[in-house]
Design a protein around this ligand. Structure first.
Ligand code: ADE
Ligand code: ZN
Length: 332
């Protein structure tokens, strides 16, 4: 088996994907037409040309604008279903997807509308495609603590549907400390905890995510490399980092894929995983991310398998399920 064949054959778990970031322009146009809402682009080509980002904020502005066309439950279903079809193509057998309720509730869309659409797609993915999934609700960190508390209240009746809570959006200037009390309440209510930290923000934000939010995983975390003591801790605790290589390239977190630190972090014993983040905007889904790092960093078969194993180890699956998939990887 060559490397491309191995990548396709490996069962994989995706742990860092924003469902609003899987919104392909074709579907965006179709839903906009169905809902009779305007989008600020004349054609699909024009949309794709706008996907030229120079930092996180330049992407977020377009990403939130795209999400505005999502209005009724079926829109959220269609969005998630299209992503599950990509998972199926890429042999992603388990996914833990983020959704940003505030992006929708701010526009007057009910929390239930979002959740019911996503939940129904998750159920169909299990029965029709054999893909297991979990939902992780993210707080938008550019909004207030009070707004995050309100969002958490709305999620409490759905504790059995939402496995965890996370933190995303504009990182710099909005440290994890801003949400310490919200995450304490989320933990008291049994939610698992993740947070974006160390994407554009400094290593200090990763320390805060660990010490103040008490995360089960760090999303991105690539800037942890700047702090050797932090790396030591991440290794010792086997704290997963959900790394998103094509995202880091497109948002200029790295200048060149050959300089990406995912292999260095793997070599140092960190539990790093490969993820697509916002694949419709960053030029590829799970396997495209694997292809890009394999080529740029010359990854070998053992490293590819380790990355896939890490994705299950770092997941919120049961120990029995983790072992089942990891054994399949070893058998390849
Ligand atoms: N929301 C969607 N993608 C994101 C990213 N890469 N960083 C922060 N917030 C996001
Ligand atoms: Zn992200």
């Amino acid at each position: 088996m060559n490397h491309a064949e191995l990548i396709r054959a490996l069962p994989k778990a995706e742990l860092h994907v924003h469902i609003e970031g899987t919104f392909e322009p074709e579907l965006m146009f179709a839903i906009a037409k169905r809902n009779q809402v305007d989008i600020p682009f004349k054609s699909i080509e024009e949309v794709k040309q706008a996907y030229n980002f120079h930092n996180l904020q330049s992407f977020l502005d377009i990403y939130y604008a795209g999400a505005n066309v999502l209005i009724v439950e079926q829109d959220f279903y269609d969005l998630a279903w299209a992503y599950f079809e990509k998972c199926h193509e890429d042999h992603v057998v388990h996914t833990e997807m983020f959704f940003d309720p505030q992006t929708h509730t701010e526009r007057g869309i009910a929390f239930e509308t979002v959740l019911n659409g996503l939940r129904r797609a998750c159920q169909d993915a299990q029965t029709k495609l054999g893909i297991s999934s979990e939902l992780i609700m993210c707080f938008l960190r550019h909004l207030s603590e009070e707004d995050a508390f309100k969002t958490l209240e709305q999620a409490l009746p759905y504790k059995d549907v939402i496995v965890g809570v996370g933190l995303d959006s504009s990182e710099v200037g909005h440290p994890p400390a801003k949400f310490e009390r919200v995450f304490a309440k989320a933990r008291e209510n049994g939610f698992l905890i993740v947070a974006h930290a160390g994407e554009e923000g400094p290593a200090a934000y990763v320390w805060e995510a660990l010490d103040l939010l008490k995360v089960n995983r760090i999303d991105h975390g690539v800037r942890s490399e700047e702090d050797p003591q932090l790396l030591e801790r991440l290794v010792k605790e086997r704290m997963p980092l959900t790394v998103c290589p094509l995202s880091n390239l497109k948002l200029c977190v790295v200048d060149d894929m050959a300089q990406h630190n995912i292999k260095r972090l793997l070599d140092q014993g960190l539990c790093v995983t490969v993820n697509s983040d916002d694949p419709a905007y960053f030029g590829g889904y799970m396997n495209d991310n694997f292809f890009a790092i394999t080529e740029a960093l010359n990854l070998n078969e053992a490293e590819l398998k380790q990355l896939a194993i890490n994705s299950f180890e770092a997941s919120f699956l049961s120990e029995v399920e983790k072992e089942k998939w990891i054994n399949q990887i070893h058998a390849l």
